[in-house]
Design a protein around this ligand. Structure first.
Ligand code: SIN
Length: 489
């Protein structure tokens, strides 16, 4: 691990009931730097027994944590937020080393991650129930909000910090306790955040983290009747597996799954804004986000001008080790990710796509995939129906609004969508016609703490962020008082 100002942030242990521990088996797994392939360190390979110990700790800590006032919990969360921001440089270095994204993006992710902590500290203060006009005058019906209980949090490697805080900040603010299973590819960012949570005063057992491989830990989390809720971000395949595994214990579920985002540019769009938005949406994190523009749909009249300007922007990208000065595109997470993105390009070229532009630089090697802009993309290509999760921007042409909407919606996924137009009437029509959980009009950026994030169809269930985010961790209890004396019936 690189030089850190605060070396205690780099931990190679699990955290259960307030103690940093090895796996009971003493087994470990290696974690690699995706830019160099070198081993950065090891983490415990926790199994079902370790996970059950973490669940028991979370369950034991629940009564005291939920009894605290919302403000007491919020004060701890606010301290955690401040500690995260104070450690931004170290947390970003840890992230870039294990995940690959450029340092500037890693720093931006730490600020993004911290924003959820602050947001949900305040949302926790605003949780409230309501009373309902009763059927008779001697009755009262009150609805109160209670924490769901022990929550399992399973997070991906593409946003190793923000996906942790987007889930556990609302859980803690609501009065729940958690067991986190971070991706085995990027556990160190999550572990560093837990170090800071402990320093912020989160009591023992409230936050537990078990590192290791998905099968054993996921199996124990889903099988446990103590775990009342599971929140997962990752692939649709794994999301539906976790849903099946959670069926016997009937857990609440939040599933933020795959996407296949259309990014539509109409003839009347502001071309510079559309290019900036497409670059931000497509190439953030080297194209490894669920909300990345997967398909650029461009109307005939603006097509050639848009493609020429986007090509210039793609040629200005700099691929390299995320720690390098001026680097804007890091490696993909592993060889399988690089192979998939490369296969999508090869398949598209074999079916008639053309390379319009690619980023300069040395030969891509290892997990690096050169950013590329393809034109003449068609619906029969793999990249039209599968999520590429890499720096590949395919442009599909369309003639009119009806065709654009039909192409955009022709996917089983329904996470993010984007469109650019300056026509007020079209803005409403298209915004309402797009079958996605999130729609960006004249912007490529839709992820922020104050707005609900999530999808429909094969993109999952539930919402994170916004007012909605904390509701996922709350139950409504209806309290019926009957037979009150002194009221006429
Ligand atoms: C994701 O890719 O799952 C999250 C993207 C984001 O929060 O912007």
């Amino acid at each position: 691990m690189p030089d850190l100002q605060d070396s205690a942030l780099f931990v190679q242990a699990a955290f259960i009931d307030g103690e940093w521990r090895n796996a009971a088996s003493n087994r470990t797994i290696d974690v690699h730097d995706p830019a160099t392939g070198r081993v950065i360190g090891t983490v415990p390979d926790c199994d079902a027994a370790d996970t059950e110990a973490a669940i028991a700790a979370a369950n034991a800590a629940l009564p005291a944590w939920k009894k605290r006032t919302a403000d007491e919990r919020a004060v701890i969360l606010e301290r955690w937020h401040d500690l995260m921001l104070a450690s931004t440089a170290d947390l970003a270095r840890i992230m870039t080393t294990e995940q690959g994204k450029p340092l500037a993006e890693a720093e931006a992710e730490i600020r993004y991650a911290a924003s959820f902590v602050k947001w949900f500290a305040n949302e926790g203060r605003r949780v409230s129930g309501h009373d309902i006009p009763a059927p008779t005058s001697d009755r009262r019906v009150l609805v109160s909000k209670e924490p769901v209980g022990v929550c399992a949090i399973i997070t991906p490697w593409n946003f190793p910090a923000a996906m942790i805080t987007r889930k556990i900040a609302p859980a803690l603010a609501a009065g729940c306790t958690v067991v986190i299973k971070p991706s085995d590819l990027t556990p160190f960012s999550a572990l560093a955040l837990v170090v800071l949570a402990e320093r912020a005063g989160v009591p023992a057992g409230v936050v537990n983290i078990v590192s290791g491989l998905p099968e054993a830990i996921g199996g124990a989390l889903t099988a446990s009747p103590v775990v009342r809720k599971l929140s997962f971000t990752g692939s649709t395949r794994v999301g539906s597996l976790l849903m099946r595994q959670s069926a016997d214990t009937l857990k609440r579920l939040s599933l933020e799954l795959g996407g296949n985002a259309p990014f539509i540019i109409f003839d009347d769009a502001d071309i510079e804004a559309a290019v900036a938005g497409a670059m931000a949406s497509k190439f953030r994190n080297a194209g490894q986000t669920c909300v990345c523009a997967n398909r650029l749909l461009v109307q005939d009249g603006i097509h050639d001008r848009f493609v020429a300007r986007l090509g210039e922007a793609v040629r200005a990208l700099r691929m390299g080790d995320g720690r390098g000065a001026g680097v804007t595109i890091g490696p993909l997470i592993n060889a399988a990710a690089a192979a998939k993105a490369t296969a999508h390009v090869e398949d598209a070229l074999a079916r008639g796509a053309l390379v319009m532009a690619s980023a300069p630089g040395g030969d891509p090697h290892g997990n690096f995939v050169r950013p590329v802009l393809l034109t003449e993309a068609t619906p029969d290509m793999r990249l039209a129906s599968e999520e590429t999760f890499g720096p590949v921007a395919p442009v599909f042409r369309f003639r009119d609004e009806a065709e654009a909407v039909a192409l955009a919606n022709a996917t089983p996924f329904g996470l993010a969508s984007y469109f650019y137009t300056n026509d007020l009437h079209r803005a409403w029509r298209v915004g309402e016609a797009l079958e996605f959980g999130m729609v960006g009009l004249n912007t490529g950026s839709i992820a922020m703490e104050m707005a609900p994030f999530g999808g429909i169809k094969a993109s999952g269930l539930g919402r994170e962020g916004g007012r909605e985010g904390i509701e996922e961790y709350l139950e409504s209890k209806a309290f019926h008082w009957a037979g009150l004396k002194g009221f006429s019936t």
